[in-house]
Ligand binder design. Structure first.
Ligand SMILES: *Cc1c(COP(=O)(O)O)cnc(C)c1O
Length: 412
């Protein structure tokens, strides 16, 4: 029976819900292509879903609407700010509807500061970046990406050289959608200084990889956050952290955002965010995930996920199916399998390459059936163009996970 109309009575309502539940449970073990997690139980929060929670306006400003979770929201923002190394005395942020809103906020802030700027992002940036630039009527220039998905800095230098007279807004992608490549924020900063372009803003779109990268040993950590030269940064809450619905966090320096947002008298708060009314449940859920897992728990999940990614590349290589991953990536890139296999495991595909993402909660039980299916498909000649890039490139090495746990870094 079709679900796309409102049921006629209570019996039909519960039948529809049961079918929905069965469909979702059936997809869960084979949902490997998209970055959702499988391992957090939110049952303890159920009572709060019978309460209206609205964090209207600035999380740091009180509001006339009493049913809010702004204190928890501030805790989430501060925790994320510690992890992403925002300056302790000069930080601000809020819980968004997702990574896309975070990037839009970063661009809105940047445009307010530099109204005559051009925005730059790589060909591998998320589709939401071009969408936000168009919405904000920012002239955009797409910079080339290399074969593994990272911004081509030589191309960036050339392109910027022709635009010296205009301020530059960047969106650096921290974990591209197809290969989880990481643009180097410090290199972008350096190129800006060399050209030179005196007025600029860098937004780091760290929707997928921001939290896992921030959990690495500091010596291993790529240069992507506020301490590396970003002016604003956004993450998704429904990816690594594992919220059951889309949400995210955006951060910037308080001194930068001072010019965006204005007071609304009847609400007794400052309208400093993209939305008006904002979810009070999203901060609650993020707060709960962070509070129950803690940095140590999140790090354990990361270690497990990295070990699974390593295992998956190894298993694919063993059966002769070309596969690789970036050094810190949970994303495993492989030659595109036959359509039936892509469909069954919900793999994300872009032409000759596909990927799966070893999110927390993915185990051999999920990966091994894929390996078996590909081994069976492997009897014919290889399908499509080889995805395996130049293995001499150290950026795409695939190191065995170290015996040592990933420990001791910033954050509480
Ligand atoms: C997922 C993702 C987005 C979009 O984030 P949403 O939370 O889905 O809005 C943006 N950029 C990158 C790099 C992503 O991985």
């Amino acid at each position: 029976m079709a679900h796309d109309r409102i049921p006629a009575g209570a019996g039909e309502t519960s039948a529809t819900l049961q079918r929905l539940q069965a469909r979702l449970a059936g997809d869960r073990p084979t949902n490997l292509g998209f970055p959702s997690t499988l391992d957090i139980d939110y049952t303890e929060l159920w009572p709060f879903f019978n309460v209206v929670l609205n964090n209207v306006g600035d999380p740091y400003a009180d509001s006339a609407f009493p049913a809010h979770t702004k204190d928890l929201e501030r805790a989430v923002v501060e925790w994320t700010a510690d992890l992403l190394r925002a300056p302790a005395e000069d930080r601000w942020g809020y819980v968004t509807t997702g990574g896309s809103e975070g990037t839009e906020y970063g661009l809105l802030l940047a445009r307010t500061l530099h109204p005559d700027a051009t925005v730059y992002f790589s060909a591998q940036a998320h589709y939401s970046v071009a969408k936000a630039a168009t919405k904000l009527r920012l002239p955009a220039i797409v910079v080339k990406a290399d074969r593994q998905g990272e911004m081509d800095y030589r191309d960036l230098r050339t392109v910027l050289g022709r635009q010296r007279d205009r301020p530059a807004i960047f969106v650096a992608t921290i974990g591209t959608t197809m290969t989880e490549a990481i643009d180097d924020v410090a290199t972008i900063r350096q190129i800006l200084a060399e050209v030179p372009i005196p007025r600029s803003h860098i937004h780091a779109d760290a929707a997928l990889a921001g939290i896992p990268l921030a959990l690495l040993d500091p010596a291993d950590r790529p240069r992507f956050d506020l301490s590396a030269g970003a002016d604003s940064i956004s993450i998704s809450g429904h990816k690594f952290i594992g919220s059951p619905f889309p949400c995210g966090v955006v951060l910037t320096r308080r001194s930068l955002r001072a010019r965006v947002g204005s007071p609304v008298d009847y609400l007794n708060t400052v309208d400093a965010t993209i939305g008006g009314s904002r979810s009070g449940h999203a901060p609650l859920v993020l707060w709960y995930a962070i509070a129950t897992l803690g940095v140590d728990g999140l790090r354990q999940r990361l270690e497990h996920a990295l070990a699974m990614a390593w295992y998956t590349v190894d298993a694919l290589t063993t059966i002769g199916w070309p596969a690789w991953r970036h050094r810190h990536a949970l994303t495993v890139v492989l030659d595109t399998p036959p359509q039936a296999v892509c469909d069954r495991f919900h793999l994300a595909t872009s032409g000759p390459i596909s990927h799966l993402i070893c999110m927390p909660g993915i185990t051999r039980e999920h990966v091994d059936p894929l390996i078996t299916a590909l081994a069976a498909a492997r009897t014919g000649p290889p399908a499509g163009v080889p995805a395996a890039p130049d293995t001499a490139d150290p950026a795409i090495s695939h190191p065995r996970p170290s015996a040592q746990p990933i420990v001791a870094t910033a954050g509480r």
